[in-house]
Design a binder for this molecule. Structure first.
Ligand SMILES: Cc1cc2nc3c(=O)[nH]c(=O)nc-3n(C[C@H](O)[C@H](O)[C@H](O)COP(=O)(O)OP(=O)(O)OC[C@H]3O[C@@H](n4cnc5c(N)ncnc54)[C@H](O)[C@@H]3O)c2cc1C
Length: 598
């Protein structure tokens, strides 16, 4: 069975050669000390954690799964020790607020660490990601008192965080939630209601669990504008931040039995007049949660990409080893009964599709993370504003496109192994099961597509896309004299024209038919995903071509990048043209049948 290897070379190439992170970080006062040496040291150490601590308990965790008994959840063997070691290594506080025990590191850095954690052990990674998201929300919207009391323990890994949004009748449409919060004379609230599907709602990894809960105040307006955010601890905490020993009235009613991520506890949480504290302003809960959601959605894209990479690693090794059939051009290994399956064009199609999308997906994730960092750390208002606009546009695509391509890559990896991909031993079938959820949670991919098409494109009248287009123009201009880049730039120009035409068509027709936007949205997200992957490939190729000519070049490596990029342009990118046809075909064929005819 193949084991996970941290893709350090790919990561370093992207961070240093493509995105030039040292220069990026040097330009922002709060990240100026994050040098290339420091980044290399952190990424290498994180790679060791993924390979040596998380990967070894991945398959056993899946087989054992979380267990539920009398309100308590037990995580699989080894998880508790691994979580302790992870926290002691300082990984829970990496991006945290420096005023409360965090290390204030940029998201670009934690993004590569998250990808490796998801690749090595997605169930484990979820406990850490939820905690990071909860601490981020608290640090941005909580009062000083709440931050002082809770953040240091959450950063240290002694306590962990959750996000409690979903109810049985309210998933995508959170405006319908019923959980109530009654104000008390001492300024606290009593929360009552039931949340479902809560990741890490109950477990045995930490001594306390801090829930961030969406609920409604008694006089709240109806719908999404009437939702507030509350902090509800499992065990009550006194003013100094110490545990009082008293259990709050929030309890886990059961855990779900599910397709994958079996070592991640997915809980029904019952709040029975549980003591809670308002985070931020009344009725602003959803917008406060959105702070965290951009980060959480980025993480889901990283889950898809990480599992795709883990699958690629297994499949590419297997294809070099497994012998079946002969190469079409004549026996490659005549001394053997057959040649390795990597000689077959169709096997190469699968491997190259995986590799091309993993590299572009990682680059897109880092690019989106860089915009999150600029929007948070940059001292210039205009730079922060532009980055914020790019974040708004990029995140729904990164979430949906990377998770779709990630799942597809896991299935392709399974196919490369034939029957051995379907059985448990090689780990491919677990990757397929673990990757599937990333297309659903944190806003199902169809809803991400609608967000991109409706809010981010039609409602902004294409303004956000203009911001991205200007940046792409600048890149193209910077390459105009590089002869070797010209064929790639031509392909880029062609797919950008498709996107422009699709956008203009939807903008022009969105007022005519209320279903135009929804009918175009998924194909539009895929078209935007392909254009962004192409943009990432342009940047990878530009860096690879420079490196190829330099003395320090590792020719084999940069050559493999150029060849993978060429495959992307010739074999994957042309789909933009059929997507344009889909988008401009309108809504009629989708809406023609009555509900009864289905
Ligand atoms: C394993 C797991 C872990 C989870 N962890 C958490 C957690 O930690 N915290 C939490 O709060 N929630 C969590 N969730 C819930 C998750 O975020 C929701 O399941 C998800 O947002 C979708 O909501 P839903 O299941 O109610 O589906 P629905 O909202 O019923 O949607 C069903 C389908 O209809 C589509 N749809 C819905 N509305 C529209 C629309 N307006 N336009 C177009 N299409 C639409 C969706 O795309 C989807 O395909 C988790 C779920 C799972 C399974």
């Amino acid at each position: 069975m193949a084991t996970y290897r941290a893709p350090l070379r790919d990561i370093q190439f992207l961070l240093n050669n493509v995105f030039n992170v040292e220069q990026l970080f040097a330009g922002m006062p709060d990240t100026a000390e994050v040098t290339e040496d420091l980044i290399t040291a952190i990424v290498e150490e994180a790679g060791k954690i993924a390979e040596g601590l998380l990967s070894p308990i991945n398959q056993s965790g899946d087989a054992e799964a979380c267990q539920f008994e009398k309100g308590e959840v037990t995580t699989p063997k080894g998880f508790k020790e691994a979580y302790k070691a992870f926290a002691e290594g300082g990984w829970s506080s990496l991006t945290g607020d420096v005023n409360y025990g965090g290390q204030g590191m940029p998201k670009m850095l934690s993004a590569v660490i998250e990808e490796m954690s998801f690749a090595a052990n997605s169930s484990f990674a979820l406990y850490t990601i939820l905690n990071t998201g909860a601490t981020l929300t608290l640090s941005q919207h909580g009062s000083d008192e709440l931050k002082q009391r809770y953040l240091p323990q959450m950063y240290s890994g002694n306590w962990s965080g959750t996000m409690c949004l979903t109810e049985s009748h309210a998933g995508t449409d959170l405006g319908m939630i019923k959980t109530k919060a009654e104000p008390q004379s001492d300024g606290s609230y009593l929360l009552s209601g039931t949340k479902i599907f809560i990741t890490a709602g109950e477990h045995d990894l930490t001594e306390n669990i801090i829930h961030l809960v969406l609920a409604k105040l008694p006089d709240a307006p109806a719908g999404p504008r009437g939702i507030s955010l509350f902090l509800v601890p499992k065990f009550l905490v006194d003013e100094s931040g110490a545990l009082t020993g008293e259990r709050n009235t929030v309890a886990c009613g059961s855990i779900e039995h599910k397709m994958g991520i079996k070592a991640s506890a997915t809980c029904v949480m019952n709040f029975d007049s549980a003591v809670g504290y308002l985070v931020g302003e009344e009725n602003q809960g959803l917008s406060h949660m959105f702070t965290m959601m951009n980060y959480e959605r980025l993480s889901m894209g990283l889950q898809g990409n990480g599992l795709a990479d883990a699958s690629y690693q297994i499949a590419s090794e297997y294809a070099k080893d497994r012998i079946q059939g002969r190469a079409a051009a004549g026996a490659l290994q005549p001394e053997q009964n057959a040649d390795p399956i990597i000689v077959h064009p169709d096997v190469r199609r699968m491997l190259l599709t995986m590799r091309a999308n993993v590299l572009a997906g990682r680059a897109l994730s880092l690019y989106a993370a860089s915009q999150l960092d600029i929007s948070r750390f940059h001292s210039d208002d205009a730079a922060r504003k532009k980055a914020g606009q790019l974040v708004a546009l990029l995140i729904p695509v990164q979430k949906a496109y990377c998770t779709d391509r990630g799942f597809e890559a896991c299935v392709l990896g399974q196919q490369v192994l034939g029957g051995h991909g379907y059985v448990a031993e090689w780990g491919l079938e677990q990757n397929v099961r673990d990757a599937r959820i990333a297309q659903i949670y944190e806003g199902a991919n169809g809803v991400q597509a609608l967000d991109l098409m409706g809010r981010k494109t039609v409602r902004s009248n294409g303004e956000l896309l203009e911001v991205l287009s200007r940046e792409m123009d600048e890149f193209v201009a910077s390459q105009k004299d590089v002869v070797a880049m010209q064929p790639y730039l031509l392909a880029f120009q062609k797919c950008r024209s498709c996107l422009q035409e699709a956008t203009s068509s939807v903008l022009a027709r969105s007022g005519d038919d209320p279903n135009i936007v929804g009918a175009a949205s998924y194909s539009y997200m895929e078209l935007m995903g392909l254009v962004l992957y192409c943009y990432m490939w342009q940047r990878i190729l530009a860096a690879a071509l420079v490196d190829q000519g330099s003395e320090s070049a590792d020719a084999q490596y940069t050559d493999s990048l150029v060849k993978t990029g060429q495959f992307f342009m010739q074999r994957l990118l042309p789909r933009t043209e059929s997507l344009l046809v889909e988008i401009t075909s309108g809504a009629e064929s989708l809406m023609a049948m009555s509900a009864e005819q289905f």
